[in-house]
Design a protein around this ligand. Sequence first.
Ligand SMILES: NC(=O)c1ccc[n+]([C@@H]2O[C@H](COP(=O)([O-])OP(=O)(O)OC[C@H]3O[C@@H](n4cnc5c(N)ncnc54)[C@H](OP(=O)(O)O)[C@@H]3O)[C@@H](O)[C@H]2O)c1
Length: 297
Amino acid sequence: MASKEVEFSFSSPPLSSTRWWCRDTVAVVTGANKGIGFALVKRFAELGLTVVLTARDVERGNKAAESLREQGLPNVHFSPLDVSKPASIQTFVSWLDTTFGGLDILVNNAAVSFNEIDENSVEYAETVIKTNFYGAKLLTESLLPLFRFSTSISRILNISSRLGSMNKVRDLNIKATLQNERLSEEQIEEVVNLFLQSVKNGTWQSEGWPEIWTDYSVSKLALNAYSRVLAKRFQGSRLSINCFCPGFTQTSMTRGQGTHTPDEAAEVGARLALLPPDHLPTGQFFLGFGPYNKSKL
Ligand SMILES: NC(=O)c1ccc[n+]([C@@H]2O[C@H](COP(=O)([O-])OP(=O)(O)OC[C@H]3O[C@@H](n4cnc5c(N)ncnc54)[C@H](OP(=O)(O)O)[C@@H]3O)[C@@H](O)[C@H]2O)c1
């Protein structure tokens, strides 16, 4: 994905003029009880899709879905989903199959970071990798048989971060591995394991990993790499896989700091997820906001 970063802006055609979806179009958003995920569910629902708001905490998830239904959006449904727990993923996939018989859009949004803005602890590296990378990957793989592969093209939008861009990696061997055109999923996991091992050894600071929010950045680096491999796997089929960095957004993850609101980030995210089939790329990394939106990796 590194060499294919694409600029995206509000100058794209208005969503109303490119509507291809209907009430039967099903979108699933992970980690959607708050922040950008919640805002994305709201935007999808306003636009008339059927939306599954998922959250790891039943009470928080139910409350979030209920608040949207109370705002006149009856097309929001809640289902529990903890992406870091394979059993929860399995239960969710069965529920989705039984309830809707398939899906058209998956937004892998759920993620964690345990650092303050200016901190760089890797104390929770395993949880960060397990949630942000393996969670998104296992859910995606489990849902693949349920995508409808319709003529409108099914879509996966992975909410990533520019912190996981290839130019943040300083070790040339790791960079070369991840940039290889024939990169495999096994190699991505080897890189992730290398990182977790270096955390255990206490050597991670001197080994050329990304310098800011290192564990989180490695999780997004792996998610980007996996997205690229998956996009290649499904090249020419009716499934598009892209990544989106929403920029510095005011959410719990940033302790409320940021240059824009979750609603603004979600507006861009929804536009990307709903691009008309004939304008929908695959294997791309979109930067929605900020001074970096014109940079190429
Ligand atoms: N905010 C930014 O500046 C920024 C920048 C670049 C990328 N991003 C990305 O944007 C996405 C949304 O983040 P945000 O800023 O909206 O953060 P947020 O407000 O902290 O929301 C994160 C969401 O993920 C959920 N979550 C965490 N672990 C989970 C798990 N194991 N299973 C299911 N859900 C889980 C959280 O649920 P709980 O409420 O239960 O914790 C919460 O709903 C993330 O992928 C993040 O990496 C954010």
